[in-house]
Ligand binder design. Structure first.
Ligand SMILES: C[S@@+](CC[C@H](N)C(=O)[O-])C[C@H]1O[C@@H](n2cnc3c(N)ncnc32)[C@H](O)[C@@H]1O
Length: 239
Protein backbone atom coordinates (compact mmCIF):
# COMPACT_ATOMS: atom_id res chain seq x y z
CA UNK A 1 0.00 0.00 0.00
CA UNK A 2 1.13 3.52 -0.56
CA UNK A 3 -0.16 6.69 0.99
CA UNK A 4 -1.98 9.10 -1.33
CA UNK A 5 -4.20 11.77 0.18
CA UNK A 6 -7.92 11.58 0.54
CA UNK A 7 -10.37 13.98 2.14
CA UNK A 8 -12.40 13.21 5.28
CA UNK A 9 -15.96 14.60 5.28
CA UNK A 10 -19.00 12.97 3.72
CA UNK A 11 -21.27 15.08 1.55
CA UNK A 12 -22.40 13.70 -1.82
CA UNK A 13 -19.80 15.92 -3.47
CA UNK A 14 -17.05 14.59 -1.20
CA UNK A 15 -18.08 11.07 -2.08
CA UNK A 16 -17.75 11.84 -5.80
CA UNK A 17 -14.32 13.32 -5.11
CA UNK A 18 -13.31 10.17 -3.30
CA UNK A 19 -14.38 8.12 -6.31
CA UNK A 20 -12.36 10.41 -8.57
CA UNK A 21 -9.38 9.88 -6.31
CA UNK A 22 -9.38 6.13 -7.04
CA UNK A 23 -10.25 6.47 -10.71
CA UNK A 24 -7.35 8.85 -11.18
CA UNK A 25 -4.97 6.56 -9.35
CA UNK A 26 -5.81 3.72 -11.70
CA UNK A 27 -5.57 6.03 -14.72
CA UNK A 28 -2.09 7.12 -13.60
CA UNK A 29 -0.98 3.62 -12.61
CA UNK A 30 -0.42 4.66 -8.99
CA UNK A 31 -1.36 1.30 -7.53
CA UNK A 32 1.20 0.61 -4.81
CA UNK A 33 -1.48 -1.39 -2.97
CA UNK A 34 -1.56 -4.08 -5.66
CA UNK A 35 0.26 -7.30 -4.77
CA UNK A 36 1.80 -9.46 -7.49
CA UNK A 37 1.72 -12.45 -5.17
CA UNK A 38 -1.34 -14.01 -3.56
CA UNK A 39 -1.82 -12.65 -0.05
CA UNK A 40 -0.15 -15.06 2.42
CA UNK A 41 -2.87 -14.54 5.06
CA UNK A 42 -5.50 -15.63 2.55
CA UNK A 43 -3.58 -18.85 1.91
CA UNK A 44 -2.99 -19.44 5.62
CA UNK A 45 -6.39 -18.59 7.08
CA UNK A 46 -8.94 -19.30 4.34
CA UNK A 47 -9.15 -23.04 5.25
CA UNK A 48 -10.61 -21.98 8.64
CA UNK A 49 -13.82 -20.95 6.84
CA UNK A 50 -14.49 -24.56 5.73
CA UNK A 51 -16.35 -23.14 2.77
CA UNK A 52 -17.90 -25.49 0.19
CA UNK A 53 -15.95 -25.46 -3.07
CA UNK A 54 -18.74 -24.13 -5.28
CA UNK A 55 -19.72 -21.29 -2.91
CA UNK A 56 -19.64 -17.72 -4.17
CA UNK A 57 -17.00 -15.48 -2.59
CA UNK A 58 -17.58 -11.73 -2.63
CA UNK A 59 -14.49 -9.53 -2.97
CA UNK A 60 -15.42 -5.88 -2.27
CA UNK A 61 -13.23 -3.14 -3.77
CA UNK A 62 -11.33 -5.88 -5.57
CA UNK A 63 -8.95 -3.91 -7.79
CA UNK A 64 -7.15 -6.42 -9.99
CA UNK A 65 -6.23 -8.61 -7.04
CA UNK A 66 -4.70 -11.97 -7.90
CA UNK A 67 -6.31 -13.28 -4.72
CA UNK A 68 -9.43 -13.75 -6.86
CA UNK A 69 -7.55 -16.29 -8.99
CA UNK A 70 -6.47 -18.18 -5.88
CA UNK A 71 -10.07 -18.30 -4.62
CA UNK A 72 -11.20 -19.56 -8.02
CA UNK A 73 -8.53 -22.26 -7.94
CA UNK A 74 -10.07 -23.46 -4.64
CA UNK A 75 -13.27 -24.14 -6.65
CA UNK A 76 -15.15 -21.05 -5.48
CA UNK A 77 -17.01 -18.74 -7.82
CA UNK A 78 -15.86 -15.17 -7.35
CA UNK A 79 -17.88 -11.97 -7.40
CA UNK A 80 -15.87 -8.75 -7.21
CA UNK A 81 -16.93 -5.12 -7.26
CA UNK A 82 -14.58 -2.41 -8.46
CA UNK A 83 -15.04 1.24 -9.36
CA UNK A 84 -12.34 1.47 -12.03
CA UNK A 85 -12.87 -0.01 -15.49
CA UNK A 86 -9.09 0.24 -15.96
CA UNK A 87 -8.62 -2.18 -13.04
CA UNK A 88 -11.29 -4.58 -14.27
CA UNK A 89 -9.90 -4.71 -17.81
CA UNK A 90 -6.36 -5.14 -16.48
CA UNK A 91 -7.42 -8.05 -14.27
CA UNK A 92 -8.79 -10.09 -17.16
CA UNK A 93 -6.14 -9.09 -19.69
CA UNK A 94 -3.16 -9.70 -17.42
CA UNK A 95 -4.49 -13.12 -16.52
CA UNK A 96 -5.14 -14.17 -20.11
CA UNK A 97 -8.95 -14.03 -20.15
CA UNK A 98 -11.29 -12.45 -22.67
CA UNK A 99 -14.33 -11.69 -20.50
CA UNK A 100 -17.95 -11.59 -21.54
CA UNK A 101 -19.12 -8.04 -21.09
CA UNK A 102 -22.65 -6.87 -20.30
CA UNK A 103 -23.09 -3.11 -20.21
CA UNK A 104 -25.27 -1.56 -17.50
CA UNK A 105 -27.29 0.01 -20.34
CA UNK A 106 -28.43 -3.47 -21.48
CA UNK A 107 -30.14 -4.10 -18.12
CA UNK A 108 -33.18 -2.18 -16.83
CA UNK A 109 -32.06 -0.01 -13.93
CA UNK A 110 -28.55 -1.43 -14.25
CA UNK A 111 -25.83 0.29 -12.25
CA UNK A 112 -22.91 -1.97 -13.08
CA UNK A 113 -21.06 -3.06 -16.17
CA UNK A 114 -20.46 -6.79 -15.75
CA UNK A 115 -17.34 -8.64 -16.91
CA UNK A 116 -17.02 -12.37 -16.47
CA UNK A 117 -14.65 -15.19 -17.39
CA UNK A 118 -13.78 -18.56 -15.89
CA UNK A 119 -16.14 -18.26 -12.90
CA UNK A 120 -14.89 -14.80 -11.92
CA UNK A 121 -17.42 -12.00 -12.31
CA UNK A 122 -16.52 -8.38 -11.62
CA UNK A 123 -19.19 -5.72 -11.35
CA UNK A 124 -17.74 -2.40 -12.40
CA UNK A 125 -19.32 0.41 -10.41
CA UNK A 126 -19.85 1.76 -6.91
CA UNK A 127 -19.92 -0.70 -3.98
CA UNK A 128 -22.54 1.52 -2.34
CA UNK A 129 -24.93 0.83 -5.25
CA UNK A 130 -24.94 -2.93 -4.60
CA UNK A 131 -28.18 -4.45 -3.35
CA UNK A 132 -29.07 -7.65 -1.48
CA UNK A 133 -30.15 -9.21 -4.77
CA UNK A 134 -26.69 -8.73 -6.24
CA UNK A 135 -25.16 -10.77 -3.38
CA UNK A 136 -27.97 -13.28 -2.82
CA UNK A 137 -25.75 -16.33 -3.58
CA UNK A 138 -22.70 -15.25 -1.59
CA UNK A 139 -21.33 -17.61 1.10
CA UNK A 140 -18.23 -15.71 2.16
CA UNK A 141 -16.41 -12.44 1.63
CA UNK A 142 -12.74 -11.51 1.54
CA UNK A 143 -11.70 -7.99 2.50
CA UNK A 144 -8.05 -7.13 1.96
CA UNK A 145 -7.22 -3.43 1.59
CA UNK A 146 -10.89 -2.49 1.24
CA UNK A 147 -12.03 -1.33 4.70
CA UNK A 148 -8.59 0.22 5.25
CA UNK A 149 -8.80 2.04 1.89
CA UNK A 150 -11.55 4.26 3.28
CA UNK A 151 -11.46 7.27 5.63
CA UNK A 152 -13.31 6.96 8.99
CA UNK A 153 -16.73 8.28 7.93
CA UNK A 154 -16.79 6.02 4.89
CA UNK A 155 -15.68 2.98 6.90
CA UNK A 156 -18.82 3.25 8.98
CA UNK A 157 -20.96 3.54 5.87
CA UNK A 158 -19.07 0.67 4.21
CA UNK A 159 -19.54 -1.71 7.14
CA UNK A 160 -23.22 -0.80 7.50
CA UNK A 161 -23.82 -1.37 3.80
CA UNK A 162 -21.81 -4.60 3.70
CA UNK A 163 -23.75 -6.25 6.54
CA UNK A 164 -27.03 -5.05 5.07
CA UNK A 165 -26.46 -6.71 1.66
CA UNK A 166 -24.70 -9.96 2.61
CA UNK A 167 -26.86 -13.01 3.37
CA UNK A 168 -27.11 -14.11 7.04
CA UNK A 169 -24.31 -16.41 8.27
CA UNK A 170 -21.86 -15.11 5.66
CA UNK A 171 -18.26 -15.39 6.82
CA UNK A 172 -15.85 -12.52 6.18
CA UNK A 173 -12.07 -12.88 6.25
CA UNK A 174 -10.85 -9.36 7.00
CA UNK A 175 -7.26 -8.11 6.89
CA UNK A 176 -6.54 -4.72 8.50
CA UNK A 177 -3.49 -2.58 9.30
CA UNK A 178 -2.90 -0.52 12.39
CA UNK A 179 -0.30 2.20 12.96
CA UNK A 180 -0.17 5.59 14.73
CA UNK A 181 -2.46 7.52 12.38
CA UNK A 182 -0.75 10.83 13.20
CA UNK A 183 2.49 9.52 11.65
CA UNK A 184 1.07 9.04 8.14
CA UNK A 185 -1.94 10.03 6.08
CA UNK A 186 -3.97 7.23 4.54
CA UNK A 187 -4.80 5.35 2.51
CA UNK A 188 -4.10 2.82 3.84
CA UNK A 189 -5.83 4.09 6.96
CA UNK A 190 -5.12 2.71 10.40
CA UNK A 191 -8.03 0.59 11.62
CA UNK A 192 -7.73 -0.62 15.20
CA UNK A 193 -9.16 -3.87 16.56
CA UNK A 194 -11.55 -1.87 18.70
CA UNK A 195 -12.83 -0.04 15.62
CA UNK A 196 -13.43 -3.38 13.89
CA UNK A 197 -15.40 -4.46 16.97
CA UNK A 198 -17.40 -1.22 16.98
CA UNK A 199 -18.20 -1.53 13.28
CA UNK A 200 -19.23 -5.16 13.28
CA UNK A 201 -20.03 -6.57 16.74
CA UNK A 202 -23.75 -5.79 16.53
CA UNK A 203 -24.03 -7.83 13.34
CA UNK A 204 -21.39 -10.54 13.59
CA UNK A 205 -19.39 -12.90 15.77
CA UNK A 206 -15.78 -11.68 15.67
CA UNK A 207 -12.63 -13.77 15.99
CA UNK A 208 -9.17 -12.26 15.88
CA UNK A 209 -7.14 -14.97 14.12
CA UNK A 210 -3.75 -13.26 14.23
CA UNK A 211 -2.01 -9.98 14.90
CA UNK A 212 1.52 -9.45 13.64
CA UNK A 213 4.17 -6.72 13.83
CA UNK A 214 5.18 -6.16 10.22
CA UNK A 215 7.15 -2.89 10.25
CA UNK A 216 10.50 -4.67 9.75
CA UNK A 217 9.17 -6.26 6.54
CA UNK A 218 7.95 -2.90 5.18
CA UNK A 219 10.89 -0.54 4.63
CA UNK A 220 8.67 1.82 2.59
CA UNK A 221 6.56 2.52 5.66
CA UNK A 222 9.66 2.88 7.85
CA UNK A 223 10.92 5.50 5.39
CA UNK A 224 7.65 7.35 5.75
CA UNK A 225 8.21 7.62 9.47
CA UNK A 226 6.03 4.90 10.96
CA UNK A 227 7.19 3.68 14.37
CA UNK A 228 4.75 0.75 14.48
CA UNK A 229 2.82 -1.28 11.92
CA UNK A 230 0.60 -4.24 12.70
CA UNK A 231 -1.56 -6.41 10.51
CA UNK A 232 -4.59 -8.16 11.93
CA UNK A 233 -6.66 -10.96 10.49
CA UNK A 234 -10.26 -11.36 11.62
CA UNK A 235 -12.90 -13.92 10.89
CA UNK A 236 -16.39 -12.44 11.12
CA UNK A 237 -19.54 -14.53 10.93
CA UNK A 238 -22.71 -12.60 10.31
CA UNK A 239 -25.71 -13.37 12.48
C1 LIG B 1 -6.53 -0.13 -1.81
S1 LIG B 1 -7.27 -0.74 -3.23
C2 LIG B 1 -7.40 -2.46 -2.86
C3 LIG B 1 -7.71 -3.34 -4.03
C4 LIG B 1 -7.75 -4.84 -3.70
N1 LIG B 1 -8.63 -5.16 -2.59
C5 LIG B 1 -6.37 -5.37 -3.47
O1 LIG B 1 -6.16 -6.04 -2.44
O2 LIG B 1 -5.48 -5.16 -4.32
C6 LIG B 1 -8.93 -0.15 -3.07
C7 LIG B 1 -9.75 -0.37 -4.33
O3 LIG B 1 -11.09 0.02 -4.09
C8 LIG B 1 -11.62 0.62 -5.25
N2 LIG B 1 -12.75 1.44 -4.78
C9 LIG B 1 -12.69 2.56 -4.01
N3 LIG B 1 -13.92 3.00 -3.74
C10 LIG B 1 -14.80 2.13 -4.32
C11 LIG B 1 -16.21 2.05 -4.39
N4 LIG B 1 -16.99 2.96 -3.79
N5 LIG B 1 -16.78 1.04 -5.09
C12 LIG B 1 -15.99 0.10 -5.70
N6 LIG B 1 -14.64 0.13 -5.67
C13 LIG B 1 -14.05 1.13 -4.99
C14 LIG B 1 -10.45 1.40 -5.81
O4 LIG B 1 -10.59 1.71 -7.17
C15 LIG B 1 -9.30 0.44 -5.54
O5 LIG B 1 -9.09 -0.44 -6.61
Amino acid sequence: MDGGRIAGASTARDREMKKDFWLERWDRGEIGFHQDEVNPYLIQYWPQLHLARDSVVFVPLCGKSRDMLWLRERGHRVLGVELSAVAVQAFFKENGYIPQHVSQHQVTGGKFDRCEANGIRILCGDFFDLSKDDLADVGAAYDRASLIALPPDMRERYARHLVSILPPATQILLVTVEYPQAEMQGPPFSVTSSEVATLYREHAELRLLAQLDVLAKNPRFQERGLSRLQESIFLLTLR
